[in-house]
Design a protein around this ligand. Structure first.
Ligand SMILES: Nc1ncnc2c1ncn2[C@@H]1O[C@H](COP(=O)(O)OP(=O)(O)O)[C@@H](O)[C@H]1O
Ligand SMILES: CC(=O)N[C@@H](CCC(=O)OP(=O)(O)O)C(=O)O
Length: 286
């Protein structure tokens, strides 16, 4: 088959998936390694633009933990994590806001625009998208989301933009901004928007039965199986809050959550527009 015929065949094979998802909302949480490499970043941005062009309501929620740590190091401020969350004092909060709402958010918006997309940046303070109170003193200015107003995101989508959201929240119990873990914020936004899917891009193949062996990938998982896997110690470290967010999203009404390997170029398109399930898909029931 000629390469053009192969290309046409690939597009036709994607048609039923496009028809299934067009008009639906898909929230993509983008962070970690897939954000650090320029080539991978471009591949993710192209996937997002393509999904948007075929009528899928794609919302990007981004992290930027490594960039925050880098900036803190530059100014000689230590990074400290408590239960996987960044201990956020007032100086750290300034850096988090500058890096997430400024550098990272605007760079992603600019890159989407350069690649032919139409993107707009929002943070949790814009239109009170994320409202929060202090989670616990032991984490400093880390917030617990108490309210989500998806209207600014909905309006951006209605106007034809790809919303790119950073996860700094408006404090409602004090005159401060709060730092929110990006997985948590993405899950809450997906639930508030009644999203069809939440996609979490990370730096592993998905949930593994043995974290040292990629051959043990769990392809499909039900929410009721999660407590048992956690009790067995199969879910550990950064995977614990990630799985909690996934379960919260499903309990909040999101149909399916996918944990995908951001190191695989075009993992979003492969997962969404083909039968090839390359990550872990979490759902309530069969
Ligand atoms: N069962 C498991 N399967 C896969 N990864 C696991 C598992 N248990 C713990 N992990 C760890 O969780 C990490 C992913 O969480 P995290 O580093 O917080 O992701 P991100 O920074 O992309 O949000 C993996 O790199 C891996 O070290
Ligand atoms: C409270 C908390 O830990 N906030 C995170 C927010 C960024 C984030 O979550 O980025 P990744 O998804 O790239 O890890 C932080 O300060 O690093």
């Amino acid at each position: 088959m000629s390469s053009h015929a192969q290309q046409a065949r690939t597009l036709v094979e994607a048609l039923p998936y496009i028809q299934k998802f067009t008009g639906k909302t898909i929230v993509v949480k983008y962070g970690g390694n897939a954000m650090v490499s320029e080539a991978l970043r471009k591949a993710v941005m192209c996937d997002i633009i393509l999904l948007s062009l075929v009528g899928i309501r794609v919302v990007v929620v981004h992290g930027g933990g490594p960039e925050i740590s880098e900036m803190l190091k530059k100014i000689g401020h230590e990074s400290r994590f408590v239960d996987g969350l960044r201990y956020t004092d007032a100086e750290t909060m300034d850096v988090v806001q500058s890096v997430l709402c400024g550098k990272v958010n605007k760079n992603l918006v600019a890159q989407l625009n350069r690649l032919g997309g139409q993107a707009i940046g929002l943070c949790g303070m814009d239109g009170q998208l994320f409202q929060a109170v202090q989670l616990d003193e032991k984490y400093g200015l880390v917030g617990r989301i108490t309210g989500v107003n998806p209207e600014p995101v909905e309006n951006a989508l209605l106007s034809g933009y790809i919303p790119v959201v950073s996860t700094v929240a408006q404090g409602v119990d004090a005159d401060t901004a709060y730092n929110i873990n990006a997985d948590t914020a993405a899950a809450q936004l997906a639930a508030a928007m009644g999203a069809e899917k939440l996609i979490l891009l990370t730096d592993v193949r998905g949930l593994l039965r043995d974290p040292r062996d990629e051959g043990t990938l769990i392809h499909v998982l039900h929410t009721y199986e999660v407590p048992e896997l956690a009790a067995q110690g199969i879910i550990s470290g950064g995977m614990i809050p990630k799985m909690e967010c996934c379960v919260d999203a499903i309990d909040g009404g999101v149909e399916r959550v996918h944990i995908l390997d951001g190191r695989i170029p075009h993992s979003i398109l492969i997962e969404l527009l083909s039968d090839e399930g390359i990550g872990t898909m979490l759902q309530k029931e069969d």
